[in-house]
Design a protein around this ligand. Structure first.
Ligand code: BG6
Length: 482
């Protein structure tokens, strides 16, 4: 008798966002300048630039976001209308500690998140909070070169313990760092090593030194482990997870050299960071990679013990695409949010070159489950597209519905395979500023936001077709995907 795929009861359906991409209000009520605030807008062909001079003649899209800071009540009401069980959001570090180095937090910033969490709870929506989503204080970059410096760990702990102390009775599910493995991507970071993301082109004078990158990620590992240890000691009811980007790298041919290359890329890109977070130690394959490539990671005595003691309670990841690898340098390549690859002839790609591969999600879930046997959550997945309202004023985004339907179907198959999947938060459930390009034009949402890259727009929200579709999906706990 065949198994009927179904999602478990209590499955956490919802959507995902990040503070710097939607809040706006970048300089109000004591907020400091974050790394996201010093990056200009771009598009698929124009890289974003880091310009901390805050040149008034340049456009910094994260300054205004979609003004969620002022519209959160209405926006959350729309999410509640869809039936969200959870809402993934992040806290802007610079709202709480404007330069990261203050002794006391900014009460106005804390009060804002109190209001947001209260509003979510009033609608029966469980917050899922990322403590750091690509937005450390710029002052820490300026002074310390960001996470390259060990000192950042203490500043982060000041912030992380502050928000845990303040919000532990409002927020049960926490993630330490968003897509921590992106800090290792060429073009994915800057002087702030591991905190900016989304750069797909060359950047002004940014060094790419692997020892610095791995040291920066190591410091974040230690900060993450210390956060988990603190949370477990003080608030044992909390669940703390990690968050990594997951991109299957298939071997393009069955040439054993391609197969081996695929395994090595999978280890370095996808598993290294989650192995450390979940298993609590540096795996042998990465030590060998360090040795072979003269990479020196600055560690301190006691770090090994911290990593072992601070392993996470659940694992989350983002999933947008898959890529291929091959030893043949003549094969055609394709894009990706940070890590490109060899083109897969069986897959289509989005307008931004991200290859669409729903079955890869089932594969990823099975791989992750086999490896860790910890509750999993897909906390980002979605389709960036050029949405245009029709003559009736409504966005008819059947392409997005199709993308999501196929991915959710594959998640359901993975659950039937025995994978312990606890939830799904679709990325950019409300249109927001793209991380890689800074565009509003790259839209993901169920909710359309009338704002455009030329600065026009009323900011009005409206329901796309996918809004009604997702509502039905949630109502039926994923059994009705029609
Ligand atoms: C993820 C990030 O990598 O991808 C998000 O965590 C980001 O912050 C999302 O927005 C989609 O990428 P983009 O570049 O299309 O906004």
């Amino acid at each position: 008798m065949s198994v009927t795929p179904a999602f478990p009861q209590g499955f956490l359906w919802g959507g995902a966002t990040a503070a710097n991409q939607l809040e706006g209000a970048w300089d109000v009520e004591g907020k400091g300048v974050s790394v996201a605030d010093v990056v200009t807008g771009g598009d698929v062909n124009t890289p974003r630039l880091i310009d901390p001079s805050l040149d008034p003649d340049k456009y910094y899209p994260n300054h205004d976001g979609i003004d969620f800071y002022h519209t959160y009540e209405d926006d959350i009401a729309l999410m509640a209308e869809m039936g969200f069980k959870t809402f993934r959001m992040s806290i802007a570090w610079t709202r709480i500690f404007p330069t990261g180095m203050e002794d006391e937090p900014n009460e106005a910033g804390l009060a804002f998140y109190d209001r947001v969490f209260d509003c979510l709870r009033a609608h029966g929506i469980e917050p899922l909070v990322t403590i750091s989503h690509y937005e450390m204080p710029y002052a820490l970059v300026d002074k310390l070169n960001g996470w390259e410096s060990r000192e950042c760990i203490d500043y982060f702990m000041r912030y992380a313990t502050c928000v845990l102390d303040r919000f532990h009775d409002k927020v049960t599910y926490w993630l330490t760092f968003n897509e921590i493995n992106c800090g290792l991507a060429r073009g994915g970071a800057s002087t702030s090593t591991g905190t900016f993301k989304g750069y797909t082109g060359p950047r002004t004078g940014l060094p790419f030194d692997l020892s610095v990158r791995y040291t920066a990620v190591h410091n974040q590992f230690v900060a993450s482990a210390k956060t988990v240890i603190y949370a477990h000691a003080h608030y044992p009811e909390l669940k703390i997870g990690d968050m990594c980007i997951y991109i299957p790298y298939y071997y393009r041919t069955c040439d054993p050299d391609d197969v081996l290359l695929s395994q090595q890329v999978m280890q370095r890109v996808n598993y290294f960071t989650s192995d450390v977070h979940v298993r609590g130690y540096y795996p042998g394959y990465i030590k060998r990679y360090f040795a072979d490539n003269d990479i020196t990671v600055r560690m301190e005595p006691g770090d090994d013990e911290l990593l072992r003691a601070g392993t996470v309670d659940f694992c989350t990841f983002s999933y947008y695409m898959s890529n291929c690898v091959s030893c043949d340098p003549t094969l055609e390549t394709t894009g990706g949010n940070l890590f490109g690859g060899v083109k897969n002839p069986y897959l289509k790609a989005s307008d931004w070159g991200w290859q669409i591969d729903p079955k890869g999600l089932r594969w990823a879930l099975n791989e992750m489950w086999d490896r860790y046997q910890k509750p999993l959550m897909v906390v980002e997945n979605g389709m960036g597209a050029f949405d245009k309202p029709g003559e009736d004023g409504v966005v008819h985004d059947d392409y997005r519905i199709e993308y999501l339907r196929q991915h959710i179907e594959q998640m359901r198959e993975a659950v039937a395979d025995g994978v312990g999947l606890m939830g799904y938060t679709m990325w950019g459930c409300i249109d927001l500023v793209s991380a890689s390009t800074g565009e509003m034009a790259k839209r993901y949402g169920f909710i359309y936001v009338d704002e455009h890259d030329d600065g026009t727009g009323t900011g009005a929200r409206s329901r796309k077709d996918s809004f009604h579709w997702y509502k039905k999906v949630i109502e039926s706990n994923g059994s009705d995907l029609s």
